[in-house]
Design a protein around this ligand. Sequence first.
Ligand code: HEM
Length: 155
Amino acid sequence: MNRTESNRTRWTTLLMTLAFALSLGALALNQSATAQEEDETPMVKHMTGINDGYKLLRRAARSGDLGEETLAAVLKMQKHTLEAKALTPPIAAKLSGDAKEKMLNGYRMVMAKLLGELANLEVAIRKADAEAAKKSVSNLALIKKEGHDAFIEDE
Ligand code: HEM
């Protein structure tokens, strides 16, 4: 083997080792992401879904973008909200009897408020009313705070 060939073989071996190491890394990352998704409770899954849309909406409110993507985000948030409303937050799961019913009623009331604001936002977008859409997005922040203050347990 001449010198050029030996160099080429060395490079090929190096690149193959690198490719193998990278694919092992990608596999490990993928597995840990899947494990994390499996660990997620339905409540966390829906809240994460609501949050993804909320981030997009805050950007859209700043830029005044009321396009298709913004409307699609609102519709997805409505679905997540409706499903999350039917669930029992961990704080209520620990209670029983009247105390539990009272807590669940309060939780569903605030989730219904969120759903109502998302419906207002849908109307504003369909009307291309940027001012009303902006107002709705700032109302979402208040409803989020109200829900989290009352229904997320202190660590
Ligand atoms: C725009 C509105 C909202 C956004 C963007 C939002 C976002 C989030 C996020 C990011 C989490 C943390 C998820 C995680 O653990 O990774 C969360 C958790 C939670 N949120 Fe919201 N939220 C909103 C409204 C509400 C409302 C209105 C309520 C109650 C009526 C609520 C109740 C909860 C509860 C109970 C948890 C804890 C879930 C658990 O640990 O099982 N959220 N939310």
